[in-house]
Design a protein around this ligand. Structure first.
Ligand code: C2E
Ligand code: CA
Ligand code: CA
Length: 443
């Protein structure tokens, strides 16, 4: 056997072994499976001087808003994945990373152009109308392409770069974009704010604001959610979600989260001295959950500030990209063992919300504002909220509705049985001293 052919055979055996199949056709696997398949493909490519390709496919829907509320986007994804079955090479692997994103691993490529050909094929397959229930759904598949070794060394980095490349394709309104290192600084999440953010964390120039959560039964503010705020020099206020994304991409999310935890805990102690007794919720990024040292750090902060762990909730979201679910659950179980509470944020928007409820050690569900905002006009959203409340209560979870902007929605949520409400109807997130005044002014 010529050595080239031999290598290819080893590659397909190895790739097949990864997913435990005979590799007769390309395969859908789990998110966790994908990361380990990427790692195996990289290991093999290093030895054999081959190329590994990753495609991030965004399914853009013209009827975006409608798509976001109904169950239709989950359905659409199922149909899209079905179409890919068998259409790619035997060793290729793919998985959905959200309702609108698919990632495809192309191990063992001879040339970069093979990745472009695969992208063309995927696009042709997914462009055709989908017939879902009674309706015909049309999507525009946009593909970001990255290659190992050119665009990254490790699986997670390649995935982030593929996502950035797809984002560039979307913003330039083109069908495909191959990642370029400049994209990192061009992409709107990057904005050259990486170094200033690191400096701001180091010099304590970021802030936490606190948004009240009101218990509907008693009308009392029983807790607050801590939300990060940053006014960047020469730039102005940066959206919280952008701050987090910059921190994640630049590797400062651990430091930022440590700062958030310590600041929030200290604040709770200070308020307590003033006679203001509230629970605090702190957001965690999926990347934080992958860090097995997180529970020790939190335990230390509990000791330092003398807070009661029962009065602290950590909010987690279903990851948009890939994470190791088992590892996250292990970290969360250790948080629970410390007496802390766990909430699932943005409930209902992700790809596998129900399996989160089943498998994660939760105390609370937060209904995403997307469902809350239409609750007065959409019977479908009312039904969704009613079902979420029933689901949560049957699992003994508390339900928080977020993004509640007016009295009409508040009344509706009361009827539907929500426990807590958070939103502009009561207050936006406030600096600590303003929150204390707000509390004092309440009847
Ligand atoms: P989130 O956790 O879902 O936070 C709720 C967001 O909704 C906040 O946006 C809040 O200001 C906004 N909001 C509150 N009430 C209303 C309302 O009535 N109507 C509307 N339209 N919006 C409302 P914000 O502060 O911009 O935060 C955005 C996201 O950034 C957060 O979403 C959270 O995912 C993330 N984030 C913020 N702070 C942190 C942090 O310290 N760590 C981590 N990991 N993520 C954070
Ligand atoms: Ca949150
Ligand atoms: Ca949320």
């Amino acid at each position: 056997m010529p050595s080239d052919q031999k290598l290819q055979t080893i590659a397909s055996i190895k790739a097949a072994g990864v997913a435990g199949s005979d590799a007769a056709e390309s395969q859908q696997i789990t998110r966790e499976g994908l990361i380990s398949s990427i790692n195996n493909a990289l290991e093999f490519a290093r030895m054999s001087q081959r190329i590994v390709g990753l495609l991030m496919v965004h399914l853009i829907r013209p009827d975006k808003l409608e798509a976001m509320v109904g169950a239709a986007s989950g359905e659409l994804m199922k149909h899209a994945l079905l179409r890919l079955q068998g259409a790619l090479r035997g060793a290729d692997r793919y998985t959905a990373v959200s309702d609108e994103k698919i990632i495809i691993l192309l191990p063992n490529l001879k040339s970069a152009s093979q990745a472009n050909l695969a992208a063309d094929k995927v696009q042709r397959l997914l462009e055709e109308e989908f017939s879902i229930g009674q309706s015909l759904v049309h999507v525009r598949p946009v593909v970001g392409i990255v290659l190992f070794p050119d665009h990254g060394e490790i699986a997670e980095e390649l995935v982030v770069h593929a996502d950035i490349a797809a984002g560039v394709a979307v913003s330039q309104d083109v069908a495909q974009h191959s990642f370029q290192h400049e994209d990192r600084s061009d992409s709107d999440v990057y904005l050259g704010l990486e170094a200033p953010l690191r400096e701001a964390i180091r010099t304590n120039r970021i802030q936490l604001h606190y948004q009240p959560q009101v218990q509907l039964k008693s009308g009392k503010c029983v807790s607050v959610e801590a939300l990060v705020r940053w006014d960047a020099p020469d730039y102005g206020p940066v959206a919280a979600s952008t701050i987090i994304r910059i921190a994640e991409i630049s590797g400062t999310i651990g430091t930022l989260t440590d700062w958030v935890i310590n600041t929030a805990f200290r604040q709770q102690t200070e308020w307590k001295k003033l006679g203001i007794d509230v629970n605090i919720s702190v957001n965690l990024s999926t990347i934080n959950l992958a860090n097995s040292e997180l529970p020790e750090k939190i335990q230390q902060a509990i000791g330092t500030w003398g807070v009661d762990p029962q009065r602290i909730t950590f909010e987690i979201t279903e990851s948009a990209t890939i994470g190791d679910t088992q590892r996250s659950i292990a970290v969360l179980n250790r948080l629970k063992a410390l007496g802390l509470k766990v909430a699932l944020d943005d409930f209902g928007t992700g790809y596998s919300s129900l399996s989160y409820v089943k498998n994660f050690p939760l105390d609370e569900l937060k209904i995403d504002k997307l469902f809350v905002q239409n609750i007065c006009d959409s019977a479908a959203d009312q039904k969704i909220v009613r079902s979420i409340v029933a689901l949560a209560h049957s699992f003994n979870l508390q339900v928080v509705a977020e993004g509640v902007e007016d009295d009409a929605r508040l009344r509706e949520l009361k009827k539907l049985g929500c426990d807590l409400v958070q939103g502009y109807v009561f207050s936006p997130a406030l600096p600590a001293s303003h929150f204390a005044n707000w509390m004092r002014a309440r009847p």
